[in-house]
Each structure stands twice: as C-alpha cells, then as structure tokens.
Design a protein around this ligand. Structure first.
Ligand code: C2E
Ligand code: CA
Ligand code: CA
Length: 941
C-alpha cells in the first residue's frame, strides 16, 4: 500500500508503507500510518538530520575524548596506585620508632681496679654508642670516658709508697694506648659504614627518581603499554631493593644478611632491566637505559665497599673486646699487687631505661640514638575515595562508549539493511518503497531509491505490456508455424509428421480400448496425366478438391492426410472390427465414382486404395503405413479403381520401386519384354481390323507382369524411352512379318507415350523403320492419350506429319477421368477409343448409355472411327452392335495373346462374334477366341 503525500509535499519525498515495518510502525499497529502532516514532519526531520560526515566526526571526537579520558584514568589510576605504594614506603621510612637511649650512667671513679674496670665497660659502651651514632653527645661521652679511663688507669698505676719491683711501676701498660687507637679505628669504620650506606641509598634514590619519573611520564604517552608495564616491574624491583636497604645500619651484626638480600634484589632489578631492555630502549631511549645500567654497577660497587667496611668494623670491634678483656685482667692484677689503695670515689649510678615512644625523625635530637622498626601503614581515606572515583568514571566511560558505538552502528546499518532488502525485492519484481529517515545521506539515498523504484515499476509495466504483445505474436506465429509444420500447404490436410503423431495417439488409444485402427493409402489413378495435360495449376486444384472430398468422407470417423504428390492417407481410429475398416475403404472408392468439381470442370478421378489394420497386420505406425503402401502397390498392380487389403505376402511379392527399376534395366539388357496382341473387331464385318500391341514383362522368376506394374517406374526413371523404342521396333517387325506373310491387311496399334513423341526425330525414325521393313504406313496406328495436348504445338505438328504420311492416330482412353471434346478437334485423329470406364455402365445405366451413344454419334459426325474398349459382357456388345461403324475390344471378344497364336485367334473371331451377338451357336473356334487360356499359352517365341 503506497500512500502519496499531500500536495504540499516537496518532490522526491514519499511516504509509503514499507513491507518491513520498523519498530515504531510495528508498535503503532496502524496500517495507514502516514500522518496528514507526514510530509512536513519528514522535511523537519530532514532539516535536523545529521549527515554521515558530521556524525562520524562527532563519533570520532567522542571516541577521542573517551580515549583521552581513558588515558587520564589509566595515568591517574596508576599514579594513585604508584603514589600509594611510594607514599606507604615513604611513611615506613619516615615514621620510625625511636627509642630514647637511657641517659649515661653516672660516672664512677675509684683508685682501685674496680674503677678502671667499670670505666672500661663504660668506655666500651660509649664507643659502641659512638659507633652507632655520630653525634656531639656520643663523641663527648666517649671522649669523657676515654679521659676518665686514662685518669683512673694513671691512678691505678701511680707509684705506691713502699712498693717494690713491678709495683713500683708508675706507668699504665701500652695496651691502654692501643685500646684507645682501636676505639678510634672502630669509630672511623663505623662512620665510613654510615657514609657508604648513605652513598648506596643515594644511588638507589637516584635510580628510584629516574624510574619513577619514567613511570610518571610513560602514562602520558597513550598506547605504550609494554613500556609502562616493564617500568612498573622495574619500579617494583627497585622498591624491593629500597625496602631491603632500609634494614641497613640498624644493627652492625645484621648487615651481612641484609647485604646478601640486597645482592639478590639488585640482581632481580638487573634482570628485569635486561628483560625489558629493548622495549625500554624504544620507549625511554638508549641513554636512559645506559644510565640505569651504570646505576646498577654503582649499586654493586657501593655494596662491595660497604661489605668490606662492615667486615673491617666487625674485626675492629672484635679486637676492641679482646683488648678490653686484656686490660681488665691487667687492671685486676695491678690492683692485687698494690699495697695501698685510696678510698673509692662515690659509685657511678646505674643507667635508667626510658620508655620507648613514637617520634618523627625531625623531633629526634641529633644525638639521640635510634632504633628503627617497620610498621605497615593502612591506606588513607583519601586514597580510598580516589580509587572509587576512578572506578565509577571508568564504568561511566565504558558504558557511554558502548552506547555511542551501538547507536552509530545502528543508525548506519539499519537504513542500509532496509535498502538492501528493498533492492532485493525490487530485483525480484516487487514494487517497493523504502521508509525515509535516519542519517541525512541515507535518507536522501532512500528518496532516490524510491524514485528509481517508481521508474522501474513504470518501465516494468511498459515492458510487461510489450512483452505480452510480443508473446501473443510469438504464440500466433508459433501456432501458424506449427500448423505449417504439421499441415500440407496446398490442401491444409495434416502432413506426414502430423499423421504420425495422430496415428500414434490413435494406436495408444486402441491399446486401451481394444478397437481397430484402419490405415488407408490412396493414390489417384492417372493423376500424372492430369498434371501433364492440364498443367500443374489445375493439378493442384484437383488435389485440393480431392482433399476436400476426403475430409467430407472421413469427417465422421477419422481424418485424412497428404503425404505428397497424389498420395493421401486416411486413418480410421476406433473402428469396431476389420470388416468396418474394409467397408470404409469401399466407401472411399465409391465416393470417387462421383465426378470431382474443379472450377468449371467436372472430372472423373478414380483412386486406388491400400488398407492395413491395427493390430491385425502390424503394431506400430511405421509398419502399418508400410503395410498400407504395400497394399496400395498391390491395388495399383491389379488395375485402377481398386482396393486391396494388406496381406503379409505383399511385402514378399511387391517389388519396391528400386528393385523394379533394377529389374527393368536387366530386362532391357536381357530382352525380358514381350508383346501380346489384342484384336479390335469391326462390329460391321465381325472381323479384326487391327490388333493392339500390349507390353508384357516376363521376369526371371517366370512371372508375367502387365504394364501397370512397371510403366510408372519406367516413366520416372526415363527407361520408358528405351522400352518404347523396343516396343516400336518389335511391333513394326511383327506387323511386317504378318504383312509380308499371312495377313497383308494387317494393322498393329502401338501405344505411344507423349514423351516419345516429343522429339522431331520420331517421324523420321518411324519412316526409316517402316522403310526397313517395307511396311506401308497404313499398317501402323499410334494410340495416344489426351495429355499429348500438354506437350504443345510441336507435338501436335508431329502428329499432323504422321497423319499426312498415312499413319493412323487413335485417341486412347477417351472418357477416362476427364476428357475434352476440344481434343477431338485439335488433334489430327483417325480414331477415338472409348475408355473402359465409359463403357462399363452402358448395359446397366441409361445415363452411361446416352453419353457413350452421344460421343459415338459425335465421332461419326467428325468422321472418326470409334473403338469401344473393355467389352466384358455380351450385353455391352449387344448394345454396341446396333451402332454400325463401331469397333470393339475386350476380354469378351479376345484376350491379348502371343503373336504366334494371333492368326488362329483372328480366324476364329467372326464365328465367335456371331455367337456373342446371338446370331449363331458357339463353335469350337469361337471358344478358342474367347478363352483366356490363350494368354496362359503365351510363351517365349
Ligand atoms: P490401354 O492402352 O487402354 O490398353 C488396354 C488395356 O485393357 C490392356 O491392359 C488390356 O489387357 C486391357 N483390356 C482389354 N480388354 C479388357 C477387358 O475386357 N476388360 C479389362 N478389364 N481390361 C481389358 P494392359 O495390357 O495391362 O495395359 C495397360 C495399359 O498400359 C494400356 O492401357 C496402355 O495404356 C499401357 N500400355 C500397354 N502396352 C504399352 C506399350 O507398349 N507402350 C506404352 N506406352 N503403354 C502401354
Ligand atoms: Ca491403348
Ligand atoms: Ca485404352
């Protein structure tokens, strides 16, 4: 359903119900979804519609913003993590518990060994404090103790009154000086150790700063994920090292283990560096990595130096203890040897332990001895808040990114899909309109598409109409062509192809119904003559007329077809039995006894019919037609106007045209031809005035064939000329024999074909022949049929010359089929031979009698002799007998016989004639003349 917009709608904007409704349409559930102001709304939408370009720009800007945000988040998030970590470590470093050392015990002084021993302990403790921390307090403390020790030692070794020997010694042992030196060395080493720790840490710090700087920086460079991760790894390894390093200096005894741990940490850092060296070189540069490597080397050498200092310090402290023990032993010895001792000075007070408290380093007095302890610090509330913020922002960014992507994709993909679907439908021939909307360009595309679809639909209508017209014409032509292909152009009867198709159908039906199918092969007798004498145009009209008659005949039971020439076929499907088929055949023959009307003319045209019957004779169409053809061949062989039903032996006996032709050639060569002679009897004298020479072919198998069996083939093949020459020579020779012998009044009638007459040489040749045999021209009569008229004036001229030379000329077969009275006038005739068909009915039909009588009267008036042919019954003869000048010829009078029997037959004829005419009883001679046995007696001369 397509709803056009209102009049105000701008061109190119169409609203239509698209076959696939979009979501809004589907939800509205309304068929007429177009609002009245649809056009205005469409325009408004179009006005505010974003184009693909702005949309993509917008999308990419958004994506860029999102990318920046994501980068920020990444940077900020990791810096939060990093600073949290670093700050935690920082705090661990800065917030140390410092336990205030108890205030130095009160110095004790004494003159005995006890004072020296106490001071030794005191000095040692001060030395260790000084070793632990270099401050004014510890330095002063140690200095005091050392001076006090010196003083007390001097007191102890002060010369005592009355003492002797060693007791008189007034100098403390040199070991005291060594001890003092040892303290100095230990203090120096301790200071050196502290320095080296500081140095080591400085290197660590500088590495830390470098790595942290890189970490901070790397997050600002979007996309360098690998470098950042390796940096964080580095940073972590470094932090671990720094954490290990924080244990340095807390106690001299632990340094060994700490240094081992540091070595391990360093190597971890180093291997991390090496692992990601190439990535770091790419992201940070060669120099940066080289610096880091130098730092690593610095760390190792610092640590080595520190280790040697630590070792030295340990050695110095061990010496110090040994020296102190020795000194203590000397002091005890000295005291034991002393005679008198001064009273001890008040004893030093015991040191007081102060409670530990948490202080910051800055709070600590510089000289305060400190004890470091690592305390884990939980993240601050601020850190937690920052982390949550980052998480929320991340979620929001991801969601908006998703929404943006989906909406962009949908806004492009949906209209494009619709367009694709519409194109597909359009190509399959459906009229479509795409709904408008969406991105500007796609909306314009939809509008353009709709315009195109409309045009396509319009042109499709035009094409369809055109196509339909074309189709109709093609169908019409096809029908015409089919008709042409299946029908004979001249008669409009089905042709061979159609005949086969219909015959096959009929056979198939008969298989089911069990009925018979009759196949008739028809051949028009003498059609060739019609064609030759009256022209092909007339022949065609004859054929049309024949076709019409055949259609009339077969209308009620079957159909007729034309196979070509004058051959027709009739099919009688569904015949109840064989008798019905044969009866229909007779009906066909009977139908042709009525003359055909061709234009103004009426024409007697008889047919020969061959019949085959399904399934009695053959089973398939081909074989049935062949069988009918064989039957026709037999019918023709029997004479005109015949019907023959197929019998299997026909195929064996019937000679094909080809074999006939071959046989004729052989017959000419081997002289297989013979002539028989049939008398023509004058009804006035009852004597034979002439004999007609009739051709016979005695085949090698001994069969005697009449001309109808082979003359057609001889004509077609041209062999007729040779045969005719032979006939002429033989007949003239035979006539000469009789003329010069027992029958000087001989006249032999010779049948001549128009073709034979065609050449002008014919007259000369005949003249020479007659001269050769010394035969007068009156002994020869030439019989020819009317179609000689067709061959033209030249032939007629030949006839005139023949007539002038004294040769008689008879018009043969007058009244057969068609005849023209004008030929009686046009041709130089001496005789007319009335055809058998004209005579056949004179004794039974008054009409036939009247016609025959009229023609005979006419001929008499024209001074033409008349011969009535084919007299078979005495009644015919009796009717003719009343006509005085007429001649008769027929089996009743005499059968054609061999030349050697002829004279006997002729001698018997008059009495036979009298018998026939009822004027005399039959005699033996007459019997001889009329019996057909004389034909049988025909044999080689
Ligand atoms: P046609 O010239 O009309 O010859 C007469 C035919 O009628 C002969 O047949 C003859 O045997 C036959 N006939 C005679 N009396 C009777 C009768 O009482 N009843 C019936 N049913 N038939 C009778 P044939 O010999 O078979 O010759 C047939 C045709 O062949 C001849 O018809 C003639 O047109 C042609 N023909 C015969 N010999 C020659 C020939 O040497 N040259 C040429 N060109 N044609 C020949
Ligand atoms: Ca004849
Ligand atoms: Ca004849």
């Amino acid at each position: 359903l397509r709803v056009a917009g209102n009049g105000a709608q701008p061109s190119g904007t169409h609203w239509a119900l698209f076959p696939i409704p979009n979501k809004a349409e589907a939800m509205s559930g309304s068929n007429a979804r177009v609002p009245a102001d649809g056009a205005a709304a469409g325009t408004a939408i179009a006005a505010f519609r974003l184009g693909i370009a702005p949309r993509l720009v917008f999308a990419f800007l958004a994506v860029t913003a999102l990318a920046i945000a994501a980068n920020l988040i990444a940077e900020h998030g990791s810096s939060i993590i990093e600073t949290t970590r670093l700050r935690t470590i920082e705090k661990v470093w800065n917030t140390q518990t410092v336990v205030a050392r108890p205030a130095p015990r009160q110095r004790a002084a004494g003159l005995d060994a006890g004072g020296v021993l106490a001071r030794l302990d005191e000095t040692e403790r001060a030395a260790r404090a000084r070793i632990e921390a270099n401050s004014a307090l510890t330095s002063a403390d140690l200095d005091n103790d050392q001076k006090e020790l010196q003083r007390l030692a001097a007191l102890l070794w002060h010369p005592v009154e009355g003492a002797t020997g060693a007791e008189r010694s007034s100098r403390p042992p040199a070991l005291f000086a060594t001890y003092q030196n040892d303290i100095g060395a230990a203090v120096h080493l301790a200071d050196q150790r502290r320095e080296r720790i500081e140095g080591y840490r400085a290197v660590l710090d500088s590495l830390g700063t470098r790595v942290k700087g890189a970490v901070d920086q790397s997050f600002k460079i979007f996309g360098r994920v690998l470098a950042r991760e390796s940096l964080i790894d580095l940073s972590r390894a470094l932090e671990d090292t720094r954490a290990e390093a924080s244990a340095l200096g807390t106690s001299a005894s632990d340094d060994g283990a700490t240094l081992a741990a540091l070595a391990a940490s360093e190597s971890r850092f180093k291997s991390t560096l090496e692992r990601s060296e190439s990535a770091l070189k790419r992201s940070q540069g060669e120099w940066w990595v080289a610096d880091l490597r130098a730092g690593v080397v610095g760390l190792a050498s610092g640590r080595d130096a520190l280790a040697s200092t630590v070792d030295g310090l340990a050695g110095a402290l061990a010496r110090l203890s040994a020296d102190r023990d020795e000194l203590a032993a000397r002091a005890r010895q000295r005291a034991a040897t002393a005679v008198e001792r001064p009273a001890p000075t008040p004893a030093a007070t015991a040191p007081v332990e102060l409670p530990p408290r948490l202080v910051t380093q800055t709070e600590l007095p510089e000289s305060a001895p400190i004890e470091r302890r690592v305390i884990p610090v939980p993240p601050s509330a601020e850190d937690v808040r920052a982390r949550h913020w980052v998480q929320w922002v991340t979620v929001a960014v991801l969601l908006s990114m998703l929404a943006m992507s989906v909406s962009t994709i949908v806004s492009i993909v949906r209209p494009v899909r619709r367009m694709i679907e519409a194109t597909r439908r359009l190509s399959s021939g459906v009229s479509v309109q795409v709904p408008r909307g969406g991105i500007k360009e796609l909306d314009e595309l939809a509008a353009a598409f709709n315009a195109m679809a409309e045009q396509v639909a319009a042109s499709r209508d035009v094409t369809r109409a055109h196509h339909q017209k074309l189709e109709e014409r093609v169908q019409e032509r096809t029908r015409a062509l089919k008709h042409l292909a299946e029908h004979d152009a001249l008669t409009q009867l089905p042709n061979r192809r159609r005949l086969f198709a219909r015959l096959k159908d009929a056979l198939a039906e008969s298989v089911v119904s069990g009925g018979r199918v009759g196949i008739y092969f028809l051949d028009l007798d003498n059609f060739k003559n019609v064609n030759d004498s009256l022209g092909h145009g007339f022949g065609d009209r004859v054929l049309q007329s024949v076709a019409q008659r055949l259609q009339e005949i077969t209308d009620s039971y079957g159909f007729a077809a034309r196979l070509g020439g004058d051959e027709f076929t009739i099919v009688y499907p569904g015949a109840p039995d064989s008798e019905a088929v044969i009866e229909a055949g007779h009906a066909i023959c009977r139908a042709f006894q009525q003359p055909l009307r061709v234009g103004e003319r009426e024409l007697n045209m008889s047919v020969s019919v061959g019949i085959s019957i399904y399934p009695d004779h053959e089973k398939n169409a081909d074989a049935l037609l062949r069988a009918a053809d064989a039957a026709l061949f037999r019918a023709k062989a029997l004479g005109r106007n015949r019907l023959s039903v197929y019998s299997p032996e026909f195929v064996r006996t019937a000679l094909s045209k080809f074999s006939i032709e071959q046989g004729l050639r052989r017959a000419i060569e081997h002289g297989e031809f013979a002539l028989v002679y049939q008398p023509q009897v004058s009804l006035r004298t009852l004597e034979a005035t002439s004999v007609e020479a009739l051709l016979r072919w005695r085949t090698r198998s001994g069969k005697l064939l009449g001309p109808s069996a082979f003359l057609g083939v001889a004509e077609e093949s041209g062999l007729i000329m040779e045969i005719s020459t032979w006939v002429l020579r033989t007949a003239v020779a035979q006539a000469a024999e009789w003329y010069h012998g027992e029958w000087p009044a001989v006249r032999v009638a010779i049948n001549v074909s128009p073709r034979q007459l065609g050449g002008p040489e014919f007259v000369d040749e005949l003249g020479i022949l007659l001269a050769e045999h010394r035969l007068p021209p009156e002994s020869i009569e030439l019989e020819l049929t009317e179609n000689v008229l067709q061959t033209g004036a030249a032939t007629i001229d030949v006839l005139r010359r023949l007539r002038t030379s004294g040769i008689a000329i008879a018009l043969d077969d007058f009244g057969a089929g068609y005849s023209s009275l004008s030929s009686l006038e046009l041709l130089p005739l001496s005789r007319v031979k009335l055809d058998r068909s004209l005579i056949a009915g004179i004794d039974t039909s008054a009409g036939s009698r009247a016609i025959a009588s009229a023609i005979m009267g006419l001929c008499e008036n024209l001074s033409l002799e008349v011969t009535a042919e084919g007299i078979e019954r005495p009644e015919q003869l009796a009717l003719l007998g009343r006509e005085r000048g007429v001649h008769a010829q027929g089996f009743l009078l005499a059968h054609p016989c061999a030349d050697e029997q002829l004279l006997a037959v002729l001698a018997a004829l008059p009495s036979h004639m009298r018998t026939l005419l009822g004027s005399e009883e039959p005699t033996a001679e007459a019997e001889l003349a009329s019996t057909p046995a004389n034909v049988v007696r025909f044999g080689p001369r």
